[in-house]
Design a protein around this ligand. Structure first.
Ligand SMILES: [Zn+2]
Length: 412
């Protein structure tokens, strides 16, 4: 008999997690390692223990609950995160954990265990709300965040990630020995809300992610000369904000003219000095964030913006600098896992779209050590990281059903 996920249990879990992790009027603010986060974890760990799963917590607080298989072969994993941004929504991350738990509940009712063990995973600190590093839990698990890093990372209040983990009873000194090596996990599948409008606008039920966009983040500064807004003639001005405005408005055209249809570029931060109404801006710094599934497109856009910065600096008599702050290459999900997801969606009769993700998820880190898949469910109006974030229980249940079939296929 085909196993069916329960929408009622999914709905109830999401409501309970929402209630446990909310102490604010507006949205869900549940930072990793907070009292609220600990309450959510303990609810989920109790649920796992009730199913007879062996639950363990690593040095940065990643939770793994294991449902034994017929063998001790490397397990199939599924999960996501339960931490949030400041005043975020109830679904980002949470649906992936709830769906993974629901899969465990269904599997626990089978007379025969799966061939491979199945694990539910809750990754710590995905949003980077405490320490500014996103996916910190999955980075530690896959060796991209060392014990030294964890000692250096500080929260706003000055507490290190190391001390925070120790305070919560985890054992961060075990981070090096807990790093998961390639081969130790058979496959990993994450379910996540899309956080965009593609599935909704095309009335699709399931997204199968092919690639996750890479990014390049940079900081551009123009230096001119601050001076009196009344007494400095226009021809003698070195106005840094005029230069910045030309580049900022030029970014859109450069991005739109690029042959890659999916590349995006954003200037989201600007600092103007002295930032007063009666002085010519002497120095302006702004951010540039460029993302795509094609590294070539990211490089092309960065190159074109660089040329524009040079041009503007020479036209306006400004000094300029362009500094790369961070890069991440685009990541491809496993094609074989994607095929299993698409087949699972098809056999359940759900519409399914092969697509890319503009946002980074824990699955990106896991893909460095194992075959990894990412399933999307629609986000209402594409909203995320805000209280208006919404995906219906029915939509989540469809995703969870696809996840269940996918896990069974991968574990058998
Ligand atoms: Zn997320």
């Amino acid at each position: 008999m085909e196993l069916k996920v329960s929408s009622d249990r999914i709905k109830k879990d999401i409501e309970i997690i929402g209630t446990l992790s909310r102490d604010d009027e507006r949205g869900r603010t549940c930072f990793s390692y907070s009292d609220l986060d600990m309450a959510v974890r303990s609810y989920l760990m109790d649920q796992m223990a009730d199913l007879g799963m062996e639950v363990s917590v690593d040095g940065v607080g990643n939770v793994r609950g294991r449902l034994p298989g017929q063998s001790d072969l490397p397990p199939v994993l599924s999960g996501s995160h339960v931490d949030s941004v400041f005043q975020g929504g109830d679904y980002d991350g949470v649906v992936g954990v709830v769906a993974a738990l629901e899969v465990a509940r269904c599997l626990a009712t089978r007379d025969e265990p799966l061939k491979r063990p199945y694990e539910v995973v809750i990754f710590s600190e995905e949003e980077g709300s405490n320490f500014g590093v996103t996916c910190a839990g999955s980075k530690a698990m896959t060796g991209y965040l060392s014990l030294e890093d964890v000692k250096k990372l500080l929260s706003q209040s000055g507490m290190s990630m190391y001390d925070m983990c120790s305070f919560r009873g985890f054992d961060p000194d075990r981070i090096p020995s807990q790093k998961v090596a390639p081969g130790e996990i058979h496959a990993m599948v994450e379910l996540h809300v899309e956080q965009s409008v593609v599935l909704e606008s095309e009335s699709m039920e399931i997204g199968v992610v092919q690639s996750i966009a890479g990014l390049c983040q940079s900081r551009i500064t123009f230096k001119g000369s601050a001076n009196h807004a009344g007494s400095t003639p226009m021809r003698l001005r070195q106005d840094a904000l005029i230069g910045a405005a030309r580049v900022i408005s030029g970014v859109k055209g450069i991005v739109q003219e690029d042959p890659s249809p999916s590349v995006v570029g954003t200037v989201g931060y600007i600092k103007c000095e002295p930032n007063v109404s009666n002085a010519i801006p002497g120095e302006v710094t702004f951010s540039l964030d460029v993302r795509d599934v094609s590294q070539e497109a990211i490089d092309r856009v960065m190159h074109q913006v660089g040329l524009l910065v040079e041009q503007v600096a020479s036209d306006c008599g400004l000094e300029r600098s362009m500094e790369i702050l961070g890069r991440q290459s685009p990541v491809n999900m496993s094609q074989s896992v994607a095929r299993v997801i698409a087949d699972s969606a098809g056999s359940s009769g759900f519409s399914c779209k092969v697509m890319n993700s503009g946002a980074v998820h824990d699955a990106v880190l896991l893909s460095s050590i194992t075959d990894t898949g990412l399933i999307f469910v629609p986000s209402k109006d594409g909203k995320s990281h805000c209280p208006e974030e919404y995906t219906s229980t029915e939509q989540i249940a469809k995703g969870a059903q696809v996840l269940l079939s996918t896990v069974i296929s991968l574990a058998e």
